[in-house]
Write a protein that binds this ligand. Structure first.
Ligand code: FE2
Length: 325
């Protein structure tokens, strides 16, 4: 069985083709990047419409299959930016009807988790899902992926990108900030706000923006990452203690940060937990993870009727009924 997965929740239009053993035959994408400003919903939709056919052709070519050989269409039904989600959903419906194959709308966050688990072979982890828009500490309990802690304002990736824009790094700034992290160990004191099990990053952004001209860039990058990642590590450690789980899985675009990996690894060593890191191509937003989730849900008997395939911008991780574990 071949599943074609479409990702379009935010800046990336991605198409992956997967077989039933989760072999990735193709995982092609095109990401909108900007020098200034954030993500403008209309520009995202224009980008995704413009690039869809190009990415689809590239994916089919890479997988060396024709559209007729596809048995299942999966797409991100939410959460995400409405204009962007609609492009993927519209294309998915059209392909499902044209090819007369089943359609599955999957939760983007759960797809991150399951793709990470499938690839790293972790069994029952506390998941650190750290991306531009999302920052959640998640674990499976009683039939659902429970969100033990999450950001109350901006995602960790947005925090890093907003700061990057303030100092003229362009978008995405995360990789450049990550490089600078390892050039300093001068910690500037910044607001550390863990509220219960939740996190808040906007005060941190305000504070570091105010002092951006007073310190070298590498000290600012080091301090911003050290403070925000320590907050994430603290909540992750408490989720491990609460659940008794012994694995941590890092996923989402910010999982590519070497600084985050280092800090979570140090916490895991102290707690005798094992750290699993989703490989970069599967950790960032991509179509292959949507296709993996499509196959998992299809095997569990799930399908999405066209009439039920409307996007859900606020589709929460803990709203998903997990009938495949
Ligand atoms: Fe994502």
């Amino acid at each position: 069985m071949l599943c074609l997965g479409i990702e379009s929740t935010a800046h990336t239009i991605g198409i992956g083709i997967i077989d039933s053993d989760f072999n990735i035959l193709a995982n092609e994408k095109d990401t909108l990047t900007t020098e200034k400003g954030g993500l403008v919903p209309k520009e995202l939709a224009d980008h995704h419409y413009e690039k869809f056919i190009y990415v689809l052709k590239k994916a089919l070519q890479k997988a060396n299959v024709s559209l007729k050989e596809i048995d299942l269409i999966a797409f991100s039904i939410g959460p995400g930016i409405g204009n962007a989600l609609k492009v993927g959903a519209t294309a998915a419906r059209a392909l499902s009807l044209k090819l007369n194959v089943p359609l599955i709308g999957v939760n983007h966050c759960v797809a991150h988790i399951e793709a990470g688990k499938a690839f790293t072979k972790s069994k029952d982890p506390i998941v650190v899902y750290a991306s531009g828009a999302n920052t959640q500490i998640i674990g499976f309990q009683k039939g659902k992926y429970r969100v033990f802690g999450e950001t109350l304002d901006t995602g960790i990736g947005n925090l890093l990108d907003s700061f990057g824009r303030e100092i003229g790094m362009g978008f995405p700034a995360g990789p450049k900030i990550d490089e600078n992290y390892f050039k300093s160990n001068n910690l500037i004191e910044l607001p550390y706000s863990v509220k219960g099990m939740d996190l808040a990053f906007s005060g941190l952004l305000t504070a570091i923006t105010k002092i951006k001209n007073k310190y070298p860039v590498e000290d600012l990058c080091y301090s911003l990452m050290h403070t925000s990642f320590a907050m994430i590590a603290e909540v992750t450690e408490r989720a491990l203690a609460h659940t008794g789980k012994k694995e941590v899985l890092l996923t989402g675009g910010v999982a590519c940060s070497k600084a985050l990996q280092k800090m979570i690894q140090e916490m895991c060593v102290e707690r005798k937990a094992k750290l699993f890191i989703t490989p970069p191509a599967l950790a960032v937003d991509n179509g292959a993870m949507i296709a993996i989730q499509g196959i998992i849900e299809f095997n569990a008997g799930n399908k999405t009727k066209i009439i039920n395939s409307a996007i859900n911008q606020r589709f929460r991780t803990d709203d998903v009924k997990v009938n495949w574990i």
